[in-house]
Design a protein around this ligand. Structure first.
Ligand code: CIR
Length: 265
């Protein structure tokens, strides 16, 4: 069984779920951008580097069984969200992605100490629409996450002490393609992509669309795409250590640094 946190030589290591890229990435879903050919070998190499960056920063990667025929399966973040030891298994809003759930759910159920809740039809919810900031959980009402999915998430989380804040998302695929959060709870986003910045307690605009996505690796370290150098500089100036990875092939498929893993925390 996979443990939620492990101690190695006195240092706590966290766990992140990942899923190796399929062999038909060119068939992935696209909503807001034009299709450009994906270099499969380059994508595979970028995924290896992404996983290596997680490992180097204290996160052990656990691989969910490969799904070589499911083009979007590498974007595993959409399938499950962790709230401590509670895993909420999503019900993806794109029909082409529903077959991705099964193996992810199996992997989650094999983890020691994890309890599992699920979003079920007619509710839909993509993990990319869920942003945790302390005890507040922002959930995007997007083309993928419907009102019934939001209602179910609320019913799961409110009794556990979370506040669930629903956010309209019309200018981006997912909530987290428009905003993410820094370790201090500041929400960062690109003004062109955010419908209602005033919903967030503290909102910091960033200069690049690829810069909205950060993975918080620790209280001082952020993982970002190499495609957003001005945002990296802005965040370094705020005292964060920024680790960058080149994920250009996944960005062609509307993926970002967050979508490529599920952080167990
Ligand atoms: C999709 O359309 O579902 C994929 N091509 C991209 C998913 C990106 N996931 C995310 O932002 N969490």
């Amino acid at each position: 069984a996979v443990l939620l946190h492990r101690q190695k030589r006195g240092v706590t290591r966290h766990v992140a779920l990942v899923r190796i890229p399929a062999s038909n990435l060119d068939e992935a879903q696209l909503t807001h951008i034009e299709r450009r050919p994906v270099d499969q070998a380059k994508a595979d190499a970028q995924w290896d580097d992404y996983c290596a960056a997680l490992v180097a920063e204290g996160w052990d990667t656990v691989e969910v069984d490969a799904a070589p025929d499911l083009p979007d399966s590498v974007f595993i973040e959409d399938m499950v969200v962790f709230f401590g030891d509670l895993a909420v298994v999503a019900n993806p809003g794109a029909e082409s992605r529903s077959a991705e759930v099964e193996a992810v759910e199996r992997a989650v159920r094999a983890m020691a100490g994890v309890s599992v809740a699920s979003i079920s039809a007619p509710g839909t919810l993509d993990g990319g629409d869920v942003l945790k900031v302390g005890d507040t959980v922002y959930v995007g009402a997007s083309s993928r996450t419907n009102s019934e999915g939001i209602r179910q998430l609320r019913a799961i989380l409110v009794p556990r002490g979370y506040t669930v804040v629903a956010v309209p998302v019309t200018r981006a695929l997912h909530l987290k393609s428009s905003v993410t959060a820094l370790p201090d709870g500041t929400v960062i986003g690109h003004p062109d992509l955010v419908d209602t910045p005033s919903l967030f307690t503290r909102f910091l605009p960033v200069p690049e669309i690829e810069g909205v996505a950060v993975v918080v690796l620790s209280d001082e370290t952020l993982l970002m795409s190499a495609s957003a150098p001005q945002t990296a500089e802005l965040l370094s100036g705020l005292g964060y250590r920024v680790v960058t990875v080149d994920i250009s092939e996944f960005e062609k498929l509307e993926g970002c640094v967050t979508c490529l893993s599920v952080r167990v925390r």
